[in-house]
Design a protein around this ligand. Structure first.
Ligand SMILES: [Zn+2]
Ligand SMILES: [Zn+2]
Length: 241
């Protein structure tokens, strides 16, 4: 847990039987205009909020919650965090925001069996993830957030509305679950996943200059070797058809 670089905080996921996504907070603290990226697993809201407080982040300075995508391990504790930070908006890519607003939570759970398991284990209502999205992202936006510029890149494949956030100045990439450390990539067998799209998305990310890779799970990489994403894409290419 801590400061990855100026304006980027990292709160590691606390995995249980089900993984808990990492949470990032971006923005210059003095701006009082911070953005929280990916809350995490159901039940982890308390841990994430306590971590924010330990980092000295004032909850009222968090103005929005941006989802890299809406799988259960990322969006599970969104409502818990919203209770603590009621003013924060929710920003999600349109391809996942539209179904959620209509009560279609297939992307959240990925598959029916997992929905049943989660609803039982966490006592979730059928409409637990029917929510209001304040801003629907499309990809291609250049967001000025707390004194930093983050480009939104739509990278479908792991899920329909996966987005990466990219800061060109410091070469920081937040790719959600699309690419990880150790040449790993996100799974592509859940609802709305598409292997061919994932391949294109990896090649799209490979065009970026990235020094700092901040994925949704596992290790973060602060000095990414040149050509890392390209190499990862190549290694997986044969499976992504
Ligand atoms: Zn995911
Ligand atoms: Zn995940």
């Amino acid at each position: 847990m801590g400061n990855v670089t100026e304006g980027v905080y990292f709160i590691p996921g606390q995995d249980e039987m089900i993984p808990d996504s990492h949470t990032y907070v971006v923005g210059n603290p003095s701006s009082k205009d911070l953005s929280l990226v990916d809350p995490g697993l159901t039940g982890k809201g308390r841990y994430k909020v306590q971590s924010l407080q330990k980092l000295g982040i004032e909850l009222s300075s968090i103005k929005r919650i941006i989802m890299t995508h809406t799988h259960f391990d990322h969006i599970g504790c969104l409502s818990e965090i919203q209770k603590q930070i009621p003013g924060a908006e929710v920003w999600i890519h349109a391809r996942e925001a539209d179904p959620l607003e209509k009560g279609d939570d297939r992307t959240v759970y990925g598959m029916d069996m997992f929905r049943k398991m989660c609803q039982m284990q966490y006592g979730l209502q059928a409409d637990a993830f029917r929510l209001k999205v304040h801003r629907k992202l499309e990809g291609g936006e250049s967001l000025e957030l707390g004194g930093m510029v983050w480009e939104v890149i739509h990278i479908p494949g792991h899920s329909m509305g996966s987005v990466a956030l990219y800061n060109k100045v410091d070469k920081i990439l937040i790719p959600g679950d699309v690419v990880y450390a150790d040449y790993a990539i996100g799974r592509f067998d859940l609802h709305g996943a598409d292997a061919a799209e994932l391949k294109k998305s990896l090649h799209r990310l490979a065009e970026l200059q990235v020094d700092v890779l901040l994925p949704g799970h596992n290790d973060i990489v602060e000095k990414l070797p040149a050509g890392y994403i390209q190499k990862t894409a190549k290694q997986w290419e044969a499976y992504l058809v």
